[in-house]
Ligand binder design. Structure first.
Ligand SMILES: Nc1nc2c(c(=O)[nH]1)N[C@H]1C(S)=C(S)[C@@H](COP(=O)(O)O)O[C@H]1N2
Ligand SMILES: [Mo]
Length: 329
């Protein structure tokens, strides 16, 4: 596959791509048709923080369930069966709701609506936008992705979402931004795990701009042809399939562009075990276990782990020249 070295964050001009490119045309036209007054709102895209009161873009009124199932992007194929939905939906890591795998019932307590996402830091304009507004501005597609947890279990699921690169373009980062930091909500009343004060809540993750704009980096809003169930990290999570699963942060409500490498949640907890890069590599063991193979959820099968979880073709170029870094933990 051809690897495109996108460097859109380096030049301001690249950020000036017409907003329409990012809008789903069908919905864009539907919105524009609501009245001339709305066209301006739709064309300028996201609403800047300080203009929000006057210029409240009418809620997109996207009946979000109508967006699923989305068209499948055939470019992403699997070397294994999809994990059965019940299995993937009842075996989750979501420490906000407990440090074990059976958190799916507890996670239903999350208040998913309204849900706002703050986009801040080194961007042309800091913004807060509603998840429905974001959904109205992107094209959803389905991708079949492998997922490899650092604990050596793996699954394969049909995520629905959009390229993180599209969000980066919508956010219009400034030239000096080198990293993107993601944060999960903080609400200890709802998420009992967040009352465990020895953890560095809220859950935080980060990637470089080159990683964020790689075609594989995917912002997920649905799975198995439906909106995300709470336990999967509704309403918005990451999928970085070439990295260990802890990088794929759930229930994001803040995205910050920065010139510093973010310290992630697990890196703060145990830096010798969970690094910043966390790229999958069967030859680099975790300090406490081998990473050579993985257990497929819902089966008794164990299969060999692959470099970059099988996605080397798409991502290896990102890491050229970074060989001195701890890329694989
Ligand atoms: N906010 C948050 N995001 C998170 C986690 C978490 O505990 N909290 N766990 C991570 C880990 S370790 C994995 S393997 C995946 C699990 O995703 P899944 O439950 O959808 O399989 O979510 C990741 N994202
Ligand atoms: Mo994980």
């Amino acid at each position: 596959m051809h690897i495109i070295a996108r460097r859109s964050w380096e030049i301001a001009e690249a950020c000036a791509t017409p907003e329409e490119v990012f809008l789903n045309r069908r919905r864009f036209l539907a919105r524009a048709g609501l009245g001339a007054g709305l066209i301006a709102g739709a064309a300028t895209g996201l609403v800047p923080l300080r203009a929000q009161a006057q210029e409240q873009a009418p809620s997109a009124n996207v009946a979000t369930t109508d967006l699923y199932p989305a068209r499948r992007n055939a470019a992403y194929t699997l070397d294994r069966d999809l994990t059965d939905e019940d299995t993937a939906s009842t075996y989750n890591n979501f420490y906000e709701f407990g440090s074990h795998k059976r958190i799916y019932k507890a996670a239903q307590a999350m208040k998913l609506s309204p849900w706002q996402i703050r986009i801040d830091g080194m961007v042309e304009e800091e913004r807060v936008l509603d998840i429905d507004d974001l959904l109205a501005r992107v094209d959803l597609e389905e991708r079949l992705y492998r997922h490899r947890c650092v604990e050596a279990w793996a699954m394969a699921v049909p995520w629905t979402g959009f390229a993180l690169a599209d969000l980066v373009r919508l956010a219009r980062p400034k030239a000096g931004a080198t990293h993107v930091r993601f944060q999960t909500f903080f609400d200890p009343d709802v998420a009992s795990g967040q009352r465990q004060s020895w953890y560095p809540w809220p859950y935080t993750e980060g990637v470089t701009m080159a990683e964020a704009t790689n075609e594989l980096a995917f912002l997920v809003t649905g799975v198995y042809g439906k909106p995300l169930a709470a336990q999967f990290g509704a309403p918005l999570r990451l999928a970085l399939p070439w990295k260990y699963g802890f990088k794929s942060i759930k229930s994001i409500n803040r995205i910050t562009f920065t010139s510093e490498r973010p310290t992630s949640f697990w890196e703060a907890v145990g830096p010798s075990e969970y690094g910043f890069w966390a790229n999958v590599n069967p030859e680099v063991p975790h300090p406490r276990w081998s990473q050579a193979s993985e257990r497929l959820l819902g089966t008794d099968e164990s299969v060999p782990t692959r470099l970059f979880n099988g996605y080397a073709e798409q991502v290896a170029a990102i890491y050229q020249g970074l060989e001195g870094e701890a890329l694989y933990r």
